[in-house]
Design a protein. Structure first.
Length: 256
């Protein structure tokens, strides 16, 4: 009986997949578009917040932003942003914009990702030798020149694993956007399950797709990390302190 039950289960899964694969593909594409776009935009938003925290007012604003978006669920943020903007802006509706729900989803995930990435990048900056700031200042570099030419290239390299992890998290977290009718993988899977009355079979397919996407992303990111580690280790055999001094001198030569 168990063998018959297993056979029926897998045949049902296969039937659902064959009959609905265009729907699953479309949902997967939407999930990837949102997660990749939002991770990239969130990285730049987090980068801007991290390097802008130089005075008291900016620090207060940044702290409030980070506290709100790290301290509340993304599902709640999606509801507030999607319906709140329609209430605050007269005659504005996301439904009036082509692919409005997808754009809203990208906005939600971007702002959420930016809050996490800003702290990640800030930690990457703080992990660097503070002597580099002093050395660049003594050479006449402005704060902006120091950050863009000396500090950020090192800090970003240090936080590449965290950026990769954020992408993997976003691939899974796009599922919460179903509350604002974004047609991502979870949303379309719910539609298929409702139409076929085969919830377990349908979400077995959905789970397999999510697992494939996150595993593939992890493999690609591990490859990128290994390539960057080889590049980093192959650049110089000098001690760290001498390497940092050499970087600053090299940058100074470019500017003068």
């Amino acid at each position: 009986m168990s063998e018959i039950g297993n056979t029926n289960f897998f045949s049902e899964v296969w039937t659902i997949l064959l009959n609905n694969y265009p729907t699953f593909i479309q949902g997967t594409i939407t999930t990837l578009i949102i997660s990749i776009t939002a991770t990239v935009l969130g990285f730049f938003l987090g980068l801007l917040v991290a390097i802008s925290r130089g005075n008291k007012i900016v620090n207060i604003i940044s702290t409030i932003y980070i506290s709100i978006f790290r301290g509340t669920p993304m599902m709640v943020q999606a509801m507030v942003i999607f319906y709140g903007t329609s209430m605050l802006i007269p005659n504005f509706k996301w439904s009036n914009i082509p692919n409005g729900s997808i754009i809203a989803g990208i906005l939600v995930v971007t702002i959420n990702t930016g809050a996490y990435m800003s702290e990640t990048i800030r930690s990457g900056i703080q992990s660097l030798d503070k002597g580099q700031f002093e050395a660049s200042k003594s050479l006449g570099f402005t704060r902006w020149q120091t950050m863009t030419t000396i500090i950020l290239p090192q800090a970003i390299r240090n936080v590449i694993p965290a950026i990769g992890n954020e992408l993997i998290v976003n691939i899974k977290d796009t599922s919460v956007l179903n509350v604002i009718a974004v047609t991502e993988l979870f949303f379309v899977s719910s539609g298929v399950a409702g139409a076929t009355y085969k919830v377990f079979q349908t979400f077995t397919i959905t789970s397999a797709i999510y697992l494939f996407l996150t595993t593939l992303s992890a493999i690609i990111l591990q490859y990128v990390e290994r390539k960057m580690d080889k590049t980093k280790s192959g650049k110089t055999s000098l001690p760290a302190s001498q390497t940092h001094t050499k970087q600053i001198v090299d940058v100074e030569k470019k500017h003068y």
